[in-house]
Design a protein around this ligand. Sequence first.
Ligand SMILES: Nc1ncnc2c1ncn2[C@@H]1O[C@H](COP(=O)(O)OP(=O)(O)OP(=O)(O)O)[C@@H](O)[C@H]1O
Ligand SMILES: [Mg+2]
Length: 475
Amino acid sequence: MKTHTTTEKSEMARRQIDIRKTSQELTPTQIVRELDNYIIGQHEAKKSVAIALRNRWRRLQVPENLREEIMPNNIILIGPTGVGKTEIARRLAKLANAPFIKVEASKFTEVGYVGRDVDSMIRDLTELAVVMVKSEKTGEVQEKAEHLAEERILDILIPSVRKSKSEGNALSAEASDEELNEKTRERFREKIKAGQLDDRIIELDLPTDQFPAMQILGPMNLEEMGVNLQDVFGNIMPKKMKKRKMSVADAKQILIHEEAQKLIDQDAAIKEAIRRVENSGIVFLDEIDKIAGSRSASAGPDVSREGVQRDLLPIVEGSTVATKYGMVRTDHVLFIASGAFHVSKPSDLIPELQGRFPIRVELKSLTEEDFVKILTLPQNALIKQYVALLKTDGVEIDFSDGAIRAIARIATQVNDEVENIGARRLHTIMTSLLEEILFDAPEKISSATISITKELVEEKLNSIVKNKDLSRFIL
Ligand SMILES: Nc1ncnc2c1ncn2[C@@H]1O[C@H](COP(=O)(O)OP(=O)(O)OP(=O)(O)O)[C@@H](O)[C@H]1O
Ligand SMILES: [Mg+2]
């Protein structure tokens, strides 16, 4: 009877999680709306990443025989520097309830060269998914694990009397002893729950970290091989235990973790993680233009760039990567690449790779109007950041509309005249503008509120803007 109810309960919990998951699946419109909270403009780019993200979910709803045939439509985001390419990816990562990894294409090198090989991104993605699934599963068993952890702390605090049972003479006295012991345990359990014993120091048996020396064995990076020696040897050699003193509060955290790990079906978690990587994993390949050498040039580095592209190809096309958790197929992993393509063009990528990124979206250069919005609207807008920063020192700053417009105008002007670095220009301008206040606060600031007006902005920045050589260095 009892087992029946617990399985029923876990079934209910599972269903609840399923509901939570589907309600978290955002529709394209919702995704764009979420991205709008952080990124100004770039509607086309937002739309295509939203569609791509939603298509992952749609594919999983399709009957199985067709599902295998539906390939992800990988995307290349193209646009000048500082217009929000990486920012879109970063925000998407937070939205996507899916394993997501952002890697710089430029850090890969061809097989045989020093550097990371391209397979490592799939290994990292899998590692991430495993952490993700395990932490979800931990949430499910949290209550049980807490109970077991308390139980173990109680064992340390109040040694059980039951051990003396074997001697078995005065039965009734022993029974009452046991009862008494049980009562004390109950009392202490309440105290532990209420955190009243948090500061008490207890001694705990913990497995020591093993074989730190293993990591430096041999010239090859073992992690790159996808082998974890600790796992291999850890199972053969007995774990070394070490006594450590710590507070009940710390011990509880450690023990909850330990118990949770025992409760989770590790193999099932890993299977689930691999399933998620294969079906909904997203890889964001940043700075892909850096590996697109123009093919006419035959100088050294280009050889290796093209080599990286050739290494990337099978992964993007769909292959099987060996990870320490098992084989992972990349056929349905979504790749979003991004690059400024200043010097090179998408057509400089090797043709096979171009074909694997059928969707190209261009991000536009930002206008003065966009800068005004970027300064004020996003949840993490620069102005909001500085206001919050200075508030910690008791200084209120207040920007007039005219001031914000002036900042945006100057940013556009410097971008036009010196170099277009997009919204990053706002950062440099804001720091120059506010440097004095940031330095003087809190001592030398007399009034509690400082108004930043159009005049103040112009007074501070115009002289720098006018002097080209100076602005090249400062702004
Ligand atoms: N459209 C935008 N809306 C809001 N903030 C933006 C926008 N574009 C850029 N930013 C801000 O500018 C900074 C740089 O943007 P981001 O890192 O996305 O540039 P990027 O397009 O990836 O450039 P690069 O090609 O140099 O990598 C970020 O801090 C971001 O907050
Ligand atoms: Mg970037």
